[in-house]
Design a protein around this ligand. Structure first.
Ligand SMILES: [Zn+2]
Length: 469
C-alpha cells in the first residue's frame, strides 16, 4: 500500500505552487535585488532625456530592448509613424523695459519662425472674462500661471485674438520650465507658444500693471516632422489568451533625463520582466508589458497599441506613470474592479496599501485610450518627495532625485499586482460597449476635456448637455 501511494504521487503532475507563495517570493526578490534602480541609472546617465523621435530616445529604446532580450524575455518593437517635433534653439529676449534674455522654451509642435519683436499684453488666466475689452491684435499675449492648461486649440485661440505669439507663465516657481505638448493631435501650431519661468512671467506682469511697455524679441528654429518610432512589447504567454497589460511611457521631455517622468515606470516594467522571468514565466493569463513612446506629446504609443489588442480578451490594463511609494490603487471608474483590488490588497499583509482602493477616473496618461475602447484600467496613487516631483518636466528631472527604496518598494507592489491579476481565479475579461465607455467619462465629467484634446472618438451627438468643465 505504501509503495503504491509513492508510485501514484510520483506519477501525478507536480501541483502548481499556490499563488500567494509565488507572489510573496516575487515581493521578497524585488526588495532584495533592486535591479530596476540600477537599470534606470544607466538609462538616465548614458542616454539623457528621451523626447520621442530624438536619437537619444531611439538609442535608449534599443538599449532597453536588447537588455530584455538578453534576459531571455520575448520582447520586440511595435513600430509606427506619428507627428514628431524637434527642438532646436528657442530664444526669448526682453528688449523693454530692460534688455534681458529670458529662460524660455517652446511647446511641442511649435513651428520655426523668423526673429520678431512685439509688445506684450497681459491676458490674465486667458478666460473670456479676463479678455473683455482687450485689444491684443499684433501683440504677444502673456498668460498667468493659473491659465487653463490646453492640450490643443492654440491655433484657434491665438488667431481669434490676432496674437503674434503666446507666452505661458510656468505654474511652478523656482526658475522652472515645465514642458508640455501644444497639441494632442500633433497639429502644427501656427502661432508660436512659449513657456517662461513664473518669476519672469510675474515680473513682466508687474511692469505692465505699472504702465511700462514690455517688449519681447522671439525666435525659434524648433520644427515639426513626421517620425518613425516604436513601443517595446514583451509577452509572457499564459495558459489562456486572456491578457493582463502593464504599461508605462518610455518617452520624456528633453530638458532633463526623464528620471521621475517616467523613468520610474520604465524601471518598474523592467523589474517586473525580470521577476516574472525568474519566478513566473507561465501564468494562467498572458502578461503583456508595454513601454509606450509619444505619451508626452499626445498618448501616441498607447493609442497605437490599443488597436493591436482588440481581438483578444483583455482582463485589465495597469498604467504606470510616475508611481512612487504606492499608497492606493485606483479602479478608474470600473466599479467591478474594486473588489478585485481589495482582494489583492488583502494579500499584501503588512505591505497593505495605506489608503486602500479608489475609484475615480482621470485623464492625462496612457490608460485613457484603453478606457475609451471599454477596457478596464488601473492606476496607482503614490507618494514622491515634493522636492523631487516638482521638477517632473524640467531640467531637474534627473536620476539624483530617484530614491532607491522608492524603486524597490514600488516594483515589489506592482510586480505582485501583475502576478495576482495574471493568476487569480474567477477574474473574467470583460469590455464595456460604446455606451458604457461614454458613461465612464461622462460620469467623471471628462468629456469636454477629451473633446478639447481631440482624442474623443465618439460622435458628437453623444455629448451630454450637462457635462461640466
Ligand atoms: Zn508621465
Amino acid at each position: 500500500m505504501k509503495k503504491l501511494l509513492l508510485i501514484l504521487s510520483l506519477a501525478a503532475p507536480l501541483a502548481a505552487q499556490p499563488v500567494q507563495e509565488v507572489q510573496d517570493a516575487i515581493v521578497a526578490d524585488a526588495l532584495a535585488h533592486n535591479s530596476a534602480y540600477e537599470f534606470l541609472g544607466h538609462l538616465c546617465d548614458d542616454h539623457g532625456g528621451r523626447l520621442t523621435g530624438s536619437p537619444a530616445n531611439q538609442a535608449a529604446l534599443l538599449d532597453t530592448l536588447h537588455q530584455l532580450q538578453a534576459m531571455g524575455v520575448d520582447a520586440r518593437l511595435q513600430t509606427y509613424k506619428m507627428p514628431g517635433w524637434v527642438r532646436l534653439e528657442d530664444k526669448a529676449v526682453m528688449v523693454a523695459p530692460i534688455q534681458r534674455k529670458l529662460r524660455a522654451v517652446t511647446l511641442s509642435y511649435v513651428q520655426p519662425h523668423e526673429p520678431f519683436e512685439a509688445d506684450v499684453v497681459y491676458l490674465g488666466d486667458g478666460s473670456e472674462k479676463a479678455l473683455e475689452g482687450l485689444d491684443a491684435a499684433g501683440k504677444i499675449g502673456l498668460l498667468a500661471p493659473n491659465a487653463l492648461q490646453r492640450r490643443g486649440g492654440y491655433n484657434e485661440y491665438a488667431e481669434g485674438l490676432g496674437l503674434k505669439a503666446l507666452i505661458r507663465t510656468c505654474r511652478v516657481n523656482g526658475g522652472q520650465l515645465l514642458c508640455r505638448t501644444g497639441s494632442f493631435q500633433g497639429e502644427p501650431i501656427s502661432v508660436p507658444v512659449y513657456c517662461v519661468t513664473q518669476e519672469e512671467g510675474k515680473w513682466m506682469q508687474r511692469s505692465l500693471a505699472r504702465g511700462l511697455p514690455v517688449r519681447l524679441r522671439l525666435h525659434t528654429r524648433s520644427y515639426c516632422k513626421e517620425i518613425d518610432t516604436a513601443n517595446i512589447v514583451a509577452t509572457f504567454p499564459g495558459k489562456t489568451a486572456d491578457t493582463v497589460i502593464v504599461g508605462g511611457h518610455f518617452d520624456s521631455w528633453d530638458l532633463g533625463q526623464g528620471a521621475i517622468d517616467n523613468g520610474l515606470g520604465i524601471a518598474q516594467l523592467f523589474g517586473i520582466a525580470k521577476l516574472l522571468q525568474q519566478h513566473a514565466r507561465e501564468n494562467l493569463r498572458t502578461v503583456e508589458l508595454v513601454w509606450f513612446n509619444g505619451e508626452e506629446q499626445g498618448l501616441w504609443g498607447s493609442r497605437m497599441h490599443v488597436p493591436t489588442i482588440l481581438d483578444r480578451p483583455i482582463t485589465a490594463m495597469v498604467n504606470l506613470d510616475m508611481v512612487g511609494f504606492p499608497k492606493s490603487l485606483n479602479a478608474l471608474g470600473f466599479a467591478d474592479l474594486v473588489p478585485v483590488l481589495q482582494a489583492f490588497d488583502a494579500t499584501l499583509g503588512e505591505r497593505k496599501l495605506e489608503k486602500g482602493i479608489d475609484n475615480v477616473n482621470w485623464f492625462g496618461s496612457d490608460h485613457t485610450p484603453y478606457q475609451l475602447a471599454g477596457i478596464r484600467a488601473i492606476t496607482f496613487g503614490a507618494y514622491i518627495d515634493p522636492d523631487a516631483v516638482r521638477y517632473y518636466h524640467d531640467f531637474g528631472d534627473t536620476f539624483d532625485k530617484i530614491d532607491p527604496v522608492m524603486v524597490a518598494e514600488s516594483t515589489a507592489t506592482i510586480a505582485a499586482l501583475t502576478y495576482y491579476l495574471a493568476n487569480v481565479e474567477g477574474l473574467n475579461a470583460t469590455r464595456l460597449d460604446e455606451a458604457g465607455a461614454i458613461a465612464l467619462f461622462r460620469d467623471a465629467k471628462l468629456v469636454d476635456r477629451l473633446k478639447h484634446s481631440g482624442i474623443w472618438p465618439f460622435a458628437d451627438e453623444d455629448e451630454p448637455a450637462s457635462d461640466g468643465k
